[in-house]
Design a binder for this molecule. Structure first.
Ligand code: FES
Ligand code: FES
Length: 162
């Protein structure tokens, strides 16, 4: 890889140093170089939201960002957020109300839903719909996803896990 560029970033709290093609997307870097295949790739055009990851605290479409643009950044993927327990309530709620079928959209949905819950206290269903509007699901019809996020927003999952 003669045109490779050195990058250094944090991924799920682990310092990663690598040499990457300047054209390599962050999503492909995470999946193919680091083996973090929970970041899904659907449209590769920034439309579906399946590739959503967190970069320096903000949800980002991994197919629209180059790996070299993440140099120096702190990246969190579904694997790290799941392992830390940061989305445990959301995961439990998704399971409780069958908010996933094939699961392809689910990592991106969970990450985007978490972002909403971090930013807004007690979002109503319209706010949940609006915040998740960039994450496409071909299976569920969205109702159960909204139900799951609303349950967490109301604090119901914390009550269930006690
Ligand atoms: Fe990135 Fe669809 S794969 S938005
Ligand atoms: Fe299949 Fe959402 S559960 S795309």
């Amino acid at each position: 890889m003669s045109d490779a560029v050195a990058v250094s970033l944090s991924v799920n709290g682990e310092r990663i140093a690598a040499r990457v093609s300047p054209r390599l997307h962050l999503a492909d870097f995470l999946r193919d170089t680091l083996g973090l295949t929970g970041t899904h790739v659907g449209c590769e055009q920034g439309v579906c939201g399946a590739c959503t990851v967190v970069v320096d605290g903000a949800p980002v479409r991994g197919c629209l960002m180059l790996a070299v643009q993440a140099d120096g950044a702190a990246v969190e993927t579904i694997e790290g957020l799941s392992a830390s327990g940061a989305i445990a309530d959301l995961q439990a709620a998704f399971v409780a109300v069958n908010a996933l079928q094939c699961g392809f959209c689910t990592p991106g949905m969970l990450i985007t839903a978490r972002d909403l819950l971090l930013r807004k206290k007690n979002p109503d269903r319209a706010s949940i719909r609006a915040h998740l509007s960039g994450n496409y699901c071909r299976c569920t019809g969205y109702q159960a996803i909204i139900d799951a996020v609303a349950m967490v927003a109301r604090g119901e999952m914390a009550a269930i896990s006690e």
